[in-house]
Design a protein around this ligand. Structure first.
Ligand code: CO
Length: 136
């Protein structure tokens, strides 16, 4: 599979409001976008560092996957997202190598990206997202 860079790191937080000051005031990054993704029951805040983004994820409902993650593991790194120039092909290659796919086909993600997740059982414990930017 042809990956170019880490598109973003997804980080689960209880509260964007309480977390954004760390990224802005300590790390000196700038939050450039806050977006709610109702299908995932999350509110996201984005920062950019080089080609890579930090995506903070705050749950908006008790049954949000992020709420469940925080309950189980606490706040912290939730997923790693790699950029690919051909998402359907990357998924097919992963599946052919025996990787369990959470998404068999690309679906819309935040920031206009097409995304798909690989199951952490197949990726040495790291929830892995593959992203394709149709505007790139
Ligand atoms: Co993500």
């Amino acid at each position: 599979m042809n990956l170019s860079h880490i598109e973003h790191l997804g980080i689960a937080v209880k509260s964007l409001e309480e977390s954004i000051p760390y990224y802005e005031e300590v790390l000196g990054l700038k939050c450039y976008s806050i977006e709610e993704v109702p299908s995932q029951k999350v509110k996201t805040a984005f920062f950019k560092i080089g080609q890579t983004k930090i995506e903070l994820l705050e749950p908006t409902a008790e049954d949000s996957p992020i709420a469940k993650f925080i309950e189980k593991k606490g706040e912290g790194v939730h997923h790693v997202a790699f950029a690919t120039d051909n998402l359907p092909e990357a998924l097919a290659k992963a599946e052919a190598k025996g990787v369990q796919l959470i998404d068999k086909a690309p679906r819309p993600g935040a920031e206009g990206l097409e995304i798909a997740f690989l199951h952490p059982k197949s990726t040495k414990g790291v929830l892995t997202e593959l992203c394709f930017d149709p505007n790139n």
